[in-house]
Design a protein around this ligand. Structure first.
Ligand code: GEK
Length: 319
């Protein structure tokens, strides 16, 4: 599933624009003889079937906006919707991680965050290096679970627990599907809650992949301190963030390059500017110096930038 998510995120899986003929499932006829016992799973199939003029029609009923293409078994993942959320002029309201965002999220994050498609597989590599048997691993702000699945595969067969947390019910609901489609045996515990309330202990690897930027700046130090306190010696925090720069020239150059990246990925000027206004009050970037100082004050002994592309960075904080 990591391969599929990475291929998906890197845009190497082609999806037809026309979703009219996408299969909703793969079915097998099982012949049950009269009187033979059979077992039905207590879990809902999330499909419904109707008989229309002698034809059996089956549709997915989990996503009301896409009733016919929910599961695309060819790619073994929920059908991919394109992000057109800011394509038409709209009332500028605050950006929220609601159902409409969750539905287009893989497309949105791949086209909006430079380096995302590199960072995800590297989270697997870093987790593989630092996950300690007998410890807990956390993905805080897991969205649809791309970083969670990378951590799961990085942990491999080590005796660790893995917890994904997000306060968007729409994200967690879809994340469950992605986790279930992945065949790795490590259980993933998903929690729909504010990461400020998540209990963290005995941690070897914690990931905040573009999540801290959405947390109230006044609560960030307290969260970092809790993570640092709960991290075992030699354990790590992977912290990816959109940053701002101290120099005005660098700020405007890097912002311009980020907008060019979005344009190259098919976003129009209207989409870029409307998304920017929607995020203004919600995503609050800080400088690298602010991040470093906070991490060191929290109790991490070393902080390094292991990845940067324009105004998007990923740091490794080691306890
Ligand atoms: C990935 N890590 O694909 N508590 C819990 N969740 C939160 C909070 C909070 N206080 N604030 C925001 N979120 C993922 C991508 S996206 C990044 C992470 C982005 C959640 C929010 O609901 C969203 O799902 C996620 O953090 C941020 O690797 O959209 O730029």
């Amino acid at each position: 599933i990591v391969t599929i998510v990475v291929l998906e995120a890197s845009g190497r899986i082609d999806h037809a624009e026309n979703k009219d003929h996408v299969p909703v499932g793969e079915f097998e006829a099982v012949h049950i003889k009269p009187g033979e016992e059979f077992r039905m799973s207590p879990k809902s199939s999330e499909l419904h079937a109707v008989c229309e003029q002698g034809y059996l029609a089956i549709a997915a009923d989990v996503d009301p906006e896409f009733p016919g293409i929910l599961v695309d078994y060819r790619n073994k993942k929920p059908g991919q919707a394109l992000d057109r959320l800011f394509a038409t002029e709209r009332e500028t309201g605050e950006f929220r991680f609601d159902t409409s965002v969750a539905r287009v999220f893989p497309d949105m994050i791949r086209r909006s965050v430079p380096g995302y498609t590199t960072i995800i597989p590297m989270i697997e590599v870093i987790t593989e290096q630092y996950a300690r048997p007998g410890s807990h691993c956390y993905d805080l702000g897991c969205s649809l679970g791309a970083s969670t699945l990378a951590m799961r595969h990085g942990i491999g067969d080590r005796d660790c627990t893995l917890t994904g947390v997000d306060n968007s019910a729409a994200m967690i609901e879809r994340c469950e599907h992605y986790i279930a489609l992945d065949d790795h045996p490590l259980p993933v515990s998903l929690r729909c809650e504010d990461i400020l309330d998540t209990a963290i202990e005995n941690a070897s690897v914690t990931t905040l992949n573009f999540t801290l930027q959405f947390v109230d700046p006044d609560r960030r130090a307290e969260l970092m301190a809790r993570i640092a306190n709960a991290t075992l010696p030699g354990g790590v925090l992977i912290l990816s963030e959109k940053i701002r720069f101290e120099s005005d020239t660098e700020q405007s150059t890097q912002t311009q390059l980020h907008h060019e990246f979005k344009r190259a990925n098919g976003y129009s000027d209207l989409e870029i500017s409307q998304k920017r206004s929607a995020l203004e009050q919600v995503l609050i970037p800080e400088t690298l110096t602010e991040h470093r100082e906070r991490l060191i004050n929290a109790g991490f002994s070393e902080v390094m930038v292991w990845y940067q592309c324009f105004n998007f960075v990923s740091m490794l904080a080691i306890k």
